[in-house]
Design a protein around this ligand. Sequence first.
Ligand code: XMP
Length: 515
Amino acid sequence: MPDIIAVLDFGSQYTQVIARRIREADVLSRIYPYNTKVKILKENGVKGIILSGGPSSVLLADSPRPDEAIFKLGIPVLGICYGEQLIAHMLGGKVAKSARREFGHGNLSIRKKGKLFTGLPKVLRVWNSHGDRLEKLPWGFEAVASTENSPYATIQDSKRNFYGIQFHPEVAHSEMGMEVLANFLFKICKCKAEWSMANYIEESIAQIRNSVGKKRVILGLSGGVDSSVAAALIHLAIGRQLTCVFVDNGLLRLNEREQVEKLYGDHFDLDLRVAKKSSLFLSRLKGVYDPEKKRKIIGNTFVEVFEQEVKKLKKKGDYAFLAQGTLYPDVIESVSIDGNPAALIKSHHNVGGLPKKMKLELLEPLRELFKDEVRELGSELGLPKEVVWRQPFPGPGLGVRVMGPIVKKDLDVLRKADAILQEEMISAGLYYKVWQSFCVFLPVKTVGVMGDERTYENVVALRIVESIDAMTADWARVPYEVIRTISSRIINEVNGCNRVVLDISSKPPSTIEWE
Ligand code: XMP
């Protein structure tokens, strides 16, 4: 069993980031509710405890507190931000409202030797985000570092191995934050760097088996990265107790359904049900112009179809769980679940919603992971690169890439053009470098000439963008030679399209999708 660090969650937006940084250092981290009893931490053999930040103030009587016995366990404790104030407050120091909130960058001056800063420079640029500040040290503590606004930006009691830091070492804005955490893990807690994604798989398998027992699980497989990795992981744990439902809504890319059937049904030997509902979706979308209306129709029809499939399955077997590939970034936007004291930022379509009506319990084995970790996990589970590194594809699929009312004939033109674009992007080594590359079908006919014939056909636009998180994007500077090949292949090989145009708009003010 690798060494474990317990992160007690006081509701910081960064709790999962702390856990992730620890995993990056190849140490196992587990997030526990803030009030977890010491008995449980002891049973789990944790080697150190981190108290996360949080939105509350220790000055409030009902603010969240850890089990006081953590200070008697004899293992190191590191408090970050609210966590530092907890240590000070609970061990006899004094915390007060600061006249000035300290938010953003600050300069941390390290004044005394301390294990947390072993091997680090004397001044570090760090990220702060707090209102209260420490005014008096608790007994046995000394101040190690200060910022412009906090004389006690880092405190320590090196005899008992208690440490408190006011800044956030886990965020990328804190210079050498990773090194500070690593010093806690290796110099103070004496952890060994033995954890890997393979351990994560082992542990998840045990957890999934333990919660599912002999019951059955349903998962909506979209073919995207998250649901694919969740399916592969759960399948490894419980085999054919897992049933995946794939809905063919008629708005998929060329041969997409066949690829899913081949990979999951044949290769992974997954119990895969395909709901072929193309005509239902297309009939409901008939004549609909408005993009938001299209989204609503596609979304509602999906829920309806999925519910029918669940009903059918429940008649046949003891299905008790709905699995979802929810990731941490989905969760952070919907916190306040599980008694997490973090303030609700916004609700997310991937979290909650579906299961209540279907009377299924949620199973979310990826909810502590970040996207890049999910990709690593997917590779470890043997999913092919095309799945693990696939570009994002919107839920409403090609429904928002055929402008205006959707007709099957136009979808077919779009599918063929899009397949050529992807093929050429892959062969030019660009598919995995850009954020998204896709075609858009325009309901505009233009005149062309092919051989001696006049043609009057539709226009296809190429949308190829670079982005980090889809919030902003820029059109990718794909070499003209590659654009030329794509354009000429589409016009020559796809009946129904005689003109290709290139979208050179950035986001903002344009969006990535056209609808
Ligand atoms: P926009 O067009 O808003 O897209 O710049 C940002 C990212 O979100 C994807 N997208 C969607 N994904 N349902 C989804 O699941 C949708 O309705 C939807 N609309 C846009 C888009 O592909 C891009 O990655």
